[in-house]
Design a protein. Sequence first.
Length: 75
Amino acid sequence: MATTASPWEPIDPLRCRHCSALLARVGPLAVSIRRGGFEVMVTGSDATLQITCYRCRASHTVKTGSPLEHGTRPG
């Protein structure tokens, strides 16, 4: 039997468009950011996050409840 991922479980990697660093994991209703011992999970169908790459400082915007498409603005 195939299992389906929960909409609350972030599964798709969000990588920096400039340096390919893993910034977060994104699911239909959640975004998870983990760095060292620090972890943040943002849930809901109407959240917008701006994430700055820890490596190259590029700025990324991601929305929950939408396909994995994000804008990039050099930072």
